[in-house]
Design a protein around this ligand. Structure first.
Ligand SMILES: NC(=O)c1ccc[n+]([C@@H]2O[C@H](COP(=O)([O-])OP(=O)(O)OC[C@H]3O[C@@H](n4cnc5c(N)ncnc54)[C@H](OP(=O)(O)O)[C@@H]3O)[C@@H](O)[C@H]2O)c1
Length: 367
């Protein structure tokens, strides 16, 4: 498991090769502000081999946050992260391993009949109540997450997942009443508090796509204060002092900067100003870490950035400038970049040799 000392040792080994604030505080110690994601790619042996090589190169060169999810590439991504952790010389206790649960995963390949697969593997054995399933494969019920978390521990071959995300909880809002969804979240937070107390996870969070980008009236909107109230309540029910909901993951890049630009959350109670604030501002005031997904717009921004924005960002290549946009946003800890190619790892980790923009320079981009 990641430890405070292990992650600081990793920083001491690599910190001098990078620019200002490349390593940033992240539970239980520090994490690189460029992380490796494992979402894209077909569920094949070839892509497994590419990821294995890329993850090893990342760990060997200054990236100590690896992000995956149980459903990515039919569980192959989690398994390949586990293989790479096993094979590397880098200490396990210096690496933050993050995964997610919410979408019921296939196993190794896509079945011919996904509906039948879900019914046979999850509904008939009693793992999931079909009433709680949205879009045929999404559930955030505590019993389901408990089951998925055990499988993730086994796929990753680790005794603790450092950061466990509830995956796209806003998907539930497409078919279910918001109050029911917040109740489900609270019950799942209770489970995650228990698993945290048992040492199976380090901290937990929400990984989202729509929830923290859209306006309050939108169907998939989540209120961050309400989510945090539910985490506080869950901790109280379980009898722990401080809740372990410490991280938000959300898409953020030049084209999807809503978490910074849109004031969708109420002002924090101790704020000087009245009126709504952005998710990044609310998260910062609440002491949450923010990790960005799709930092390269799923590849599109690696070759093309609006010239006026590119001109403000440091980097030798377009991809590096795009990554430096995400890791410069105030309140962001780590920009995740999906990379199954070792050449991309080398290019992307070198983004961290440039200093990020300061807060006022970042603000100025939008003026
Ligand atoms: N809702 C959620 O929870 C959610 C949603 C999306 C993503 N995520 C997480 O966030 C991570 C990052 O997002 P993402 O993978 O969707 O998108 P991304 O990081 O924006 O883009 C990844 C794509 O960019 C390519 N790429 C990487 N570096 C490059 C470079 N220097 N030059 C050209 N192309 C480059 C990758 O190719 P190669 O593979 O060939 O290197 C891959 O196809 C994911 O992997 C996942 O862990 C979470």
């Amino acid at each position: 498991m990641a430890t405070e000392r292990g992650t600081w040792n990793y920083r001491d080994r690599f910190g001098d090769s990078f620019g200002r604030t490349y390593f940033r505080r992240f539970p239980p110690g520090v994490a690189a502000s460029v992380g490796l994601g494992t979402y894209l790619g077909e569920p094949t042996d070839t892509v497994d081999n590419d990821y294995r090589e890329a993850i090893t190169a990342a760990l060997d060169n200054g990236i100590n946050m690896i992000d995956t999810a149980i459903n990515y590439r039919c569980q192959r991504s989690e398994r390949v992260v586990g293989d790479a952790l096993d094979a590397t010389d880098v200490d396990r206790n210096s690496v933050v391993v993050a995964t997610k649960g919410g979408f019921l995963p296939f196993d190794g390949e896509r079945p011919d009949n996904p509906g039948r697969y879900i019914r046979e593997q999850y509904v008939e054995p009693g793992i999931v109540d079909p009433e709680t399933l949205v879009r045929g494969s999404h559930s955030i019920e505590a019993g389901v997450i408990d089951h998925l978390l055990d499988r993730s521990l086994s796929n990753l071959g680790v005794d603790r997942i450092d950061c466990y995300y509830v995956h796209n909880p806003e998907t539930q809002l497409l078919d279910r009443d918001p109050e029911v969804v917040y109740d489900s979240l609270e019950a799942t937070f209770e489970l995650l508090e228990r698993r945290r107390a048992a040492g199976d996870i380090g901290c937990y969070g929400l990984a989202t796509w729509e929830a923290f980008r859209v306006e309050p009236g939108a169907e998939q909107f989540l209120s961050l204060p309400r989510v945090l109230e539910r985490a506080t309540q869950a901790a109280e029910t379980v009898g722990v002092d401080d809740h372990g909901l410490q991280v938000l993951q959300l898409p953020f890049n030049v084209e999807m900067a809503d978490a910074f630009r849109r004031a969708t959350q109420p002002a924090p109670t101790d704020a000087d100003e009245e009126g709504p604030v952005s998710v990044l501002e609310y998260a910062h005031a609440a002491g949450l870490h923010v990790v960005t997904s799709a930092s390269l717009g799923q590849g599109a921004l690696a070759t093309s950035l609006p010239p006026a924005i590119a001109a403000e960002l440091a980097g030798d290549t377009t991809a590096q400038r795009a990554i430096n946009f995400a890791r410069s946003a105030p309140g962001v800890t780590t920009a995740l970049v999906g990379m199954s190619s070792p050449a991309h790892v080398a290019e992307n980790v070198a983004a961290g040799t440039f200093d990020p923009l300061g807060a006022s320079a970042f603000d100025a981009i939008f003026e």
